[in-house]
Write a protein that binds this ligand. Structure first.
Ligand SMILES: [Zn+2]
Length: 85
């Protein structure tokens, strides 16, 4: 899901209605601010979306944006069952 689509899915805290993103901007390389307007009651509010952790690191991170890397669940390797004598 794209960030814009994610931001559109944020519900109005007053009435629970759908919202649209009025404006958005990156506050830093790991945090986005968005202004939302409810399509039902016209309430306006602001949200912050931080990027907290990387799930898969595919590039060498810049020191300024070094985020923790998620711990992966390890599955035990498949082992052959020993034959009984
Ligand atoms: Zn509303």
């Amino acid at each position: 899901m794209s960030l814009r689509r994610h931001l559109r899915r944020i519900r109005c805290p007053e009435c629970g209605g759908q919202t649209s993103v009025r404006t958005s901007r990156m506050l830093s390389s790991t945090c986005k601010e968005a202004r939302h307007q409810c399509t039902a009651c016209q309430n306006e509010f602001r949200s912050l979306t931080p990027i907290e952790i990387e799930l898969v690191r595919v590039a060498v991170p810049k020191p300024s944006t070094l985020l923790p890397l998620a711990k992966r669940k390890r599955t035990p390797p498949a082992t052959a069952q020993p034959h009984s004598a």
